[in-house]
Design a protein around this ligand. Structure first.
Ligand SMILES: [Zn+2]
Ligand SMILES: [Zn+2]
Length: 401
């Protein structure tokens, strides 16, 4: 990563000075991963640093969340940055000295890096109080991995007092090399809904199916028909996924069971497609149950909403990062059908979610999220700090020098 002098002072040098400190923090968090809503030690570490940097700190958001506020001497806009703190219930297979010390828990999604990068940004801005204008709010939330900590923080008013004008979030990205940034123009991640279907028939002897109502055969038809929704009901130019991830029923080769249970996930990138998928699953399940003369129960749950970047804020991120790393190193990404609870912040406030490449083939850092071999190239830590500093500088018009 060859870099040039920018912003009138050696920004990269100032950030590189904290490189070892960033690595130390990331490793401390990585060694002690905590699951959603249990991030007690992580939150303590965060608040201790924020207090040391002289920020106003409020704890106890969404149980374990922490919010820090730095008020500029001059009035201006309020920008918020968000990091998630939770780890995953997974045994780490890496043998690095900083690998997880806790059995069955691992930072396999890089949230340790997100926390560290935001602490680096806090250290940076608290060291230049005279150049601050407006406010910066740091949001450390629990439970991104399915717990919806972000939704709770937003409901608890984290975007108020002072009211946030723009919010930015990032996720490390093992599909791009370190030194590159990925940005979504609008839709970035999918709505992640889920369903459970119970097909309730009437069991009996496998040799006398005519006196039973077989839920297994009904399940077979239902699986096939549900898979026709995306190909026959959704506009080919829209995106949708339905995956049935679990089917269970039956106990033996010669018994027709009473019921079958199916679990699935439904992904979409627009509210219209989201509703259409739900409606079709309801109709098809009802129709299959009727045609096989069985009962059913359908439990359909909305998950995270679609993550939609504000196009103007996306352009701002691309411009700000591009000024530092060259616009050829900023990639516009296609949306992913994964989910992210940063979507809740973007529902209420303009902002953007971007990706920080953390792949390093030479070091073997190539594994995807949620793999027991996941790791990050730690050069992403100072790099991430720099990208946030540039974004804030651009948004606030600080003209750091
Ligand atoms: Zn994850
Ligand atoms: Zn994640």
């Amino acid at each position: 990563m060859e870099r040039e002098k920018v912003m009138g002072f050696f920004l990269q040098e100032k950030i590189q000075e904290m490189k070892d400190w960033l690595v130390e923090i990331r490793r401390a968090i990585h060694m002690h991963p905590e699951l959603g809503f249990e991030e007690i030690e992580t939150a303590k570490l965060i608040s201790a640093w924020l207090e040391r940097f002289g920020l106003q700190v409020k704890k106890g958001w969404a149980k374990t969340g922490v919010v820090g506020l730095l008020e500029g001497k001059k009035p201006g806009k309020t920008v918020a940055l968000r990091a998630d703190m939770d780890a995953l219930p997974l045994e780490e297979a890496n043998s690095a000295p900083y690998a997880s010390k806790l059995p069955g828990k691992m930072h396999a999604c890089g949230h340790d890096a997100h926390v560290t990068i935001l602490l680096g940004v806090a250290r940076f801005f608290s060291s230049i109080p005279d150049q601050m204008q407006g406010n910066i709010k740091w949001i450390f939330q629990p439970a991104e991995e399915g717990g919806g900590g972000g939704r709770i923080m937003v409901e608890e008013g984290v975007l108020e007092n002072p009211k946030v004008d723009a919010v930015f979030g990032t996720h490390v990205f093992p599909f791009l090399p370190t030194g590159k940034v990925g940005i979504y123009e609008r839709e970035g991640l999918a709505a992640t809904d889920r369903f459970t279907i119970h097909l309730i028939g009437q069991g009996g002897h496998a040799a006398s199916p005519h006196v039973t109502r077989d839920p297994i055969l009904a399940a077979g038809h239902l699986i096939t028909q549900i898979h026709a929704i995306v190909s026959r009901n959704i506009n080919p130019l829209d995106s949708a996924v339905i995956t049935i991830g679990k089917v269970s029923g039956g106990t033996a080769f010669n018994i027709i069971p009473d019921k079958v249970e199916m679990l699935g996930t439904v992904r979409s990138l627009t509210p219209q497609v989201r509703e259409e998928l739900k409606l079709r699953i309801e109709k098809i399940t009802e129709g299959i149950a009727r045609s096989f003369g069985i009962d059913y129960r359908l439990d359909y749950r909305y998950g995270y909403p679609v993550l939609v970047n504000d196009p103007e804020m996306s352009r701002l991120v691309a411009l700000a990062c591009g000024q530092g790393i060259g616009k050829e190193n900023v990639e516009v990404l296609k949306p992913s059908m994964g989910g992210e609870d940063f979507a809740y912040y973007l529902e209420k406030c303009p902002g953007a979610f971007f990706r920080l490449g953390c792949r390093n083939e030479e070091k073997g850092i190539i594994h995807p999220y949620h793999s027991s071999l996941f790791d990050i190239d730690e050069r992403v830590l100072p790099f991430g700090v720099e990208m946030f500093v540039r974004i804030i500088d651009q948004y606030m018009g600080l003209n750091l020098h």
